[in-house]
Design a protein around this ligand. Sequence first.
Ligand code: FES
Length: 340
Amino acid sequence: MSNRRLAETQPESFAFTPENEAWAKKEIAKYPEGRESSAVIALLWRAQKQNDYWLPRAAIEQVARMLDMPYIRALEVATFYTMFNLEPVGRHYVQLCGTTPCMLRGAEEIKKVCREKIGEPGHVTADGQFSWLEVECLGACCNAPMVQINDDYFEDLTPENFATLLDDLAAGRAVKTGSQTGRVGSEPQGGKLTALTTFYGVQEAVADAGSPAEAEGGAPDAAAEAEAAQEEAHIKAVLATLPKDATPEQKADAVGTRPPGLEAARDSKADNLQRVKGIGPVNERNLNALGVFHFDQIAGWSREQIRWVGAYLSFPGRIDREQWVVQADNLARGGKGWKD
Ligand code: FES
């Protein structure tokens, strides 16, 4: 590890805000008498956040005084842990993960964008907006590559979406935290796994039973409800970033991929899509206009395609909630519909 020294230019003094002072007292009180110095990392961290994400000498001295510990001990902690910045950083402080999973998934390309747009690691741009540093794993490896900017994580980065993200931050525009490609949680990149309903006989069981629980008029599946709610919230968050006059296609393109459509129904005979609970005459017309005429087309929709259609039809999350894909698969196999 390289030597870490205090910044050459230092402020005269540092004092916690009254709110942080009160917080620090509570933090110190968590430890037994004589062990108050155990709060050193927590207090240094708070001081750093208060001071635009860097620790001046006066802050380290103040923390040492509050914990009744020698200044050199607090300085040792501050200079040992790289989470403490000893020099000013940009208003948008980018910590880029360069550890193996992120490196294998393209962190080097993200680093190039940092160099092009910000400069060398540690350099603060002339307008004070940005600085960046490579750090070790930030614990979001499943959505690699990723960066942390101030307190927020930005995942599933590509050179393009990361460059746009920096431009948006520079212009003061709202940005989306988390996955930049719309991935929900840590699901696989191509959409959530359907192994349990596709490959292990569950669909056959569903087909034998005639229709899914909800199609039979039973209670909706709680897990499907929860997933649909999560999906809906995610899509709405993406859609909220679009201009108000965005077309249905623009909205749908922002969250997913258009499913392939047919020119016309096979053998000029479209399936009665209204046998899928949730598809009424209007939705059936809209789906036909998209080239969707058959149950097997809906049954084959990927996660990205479900998102696209949901956003296009202006009801994100409903396709999951009503289990159109499971229903359509059942019908394509000759099972019963909810009205049959
Ligand atoms: S390796 Fe990058 S977050 Fe873990």
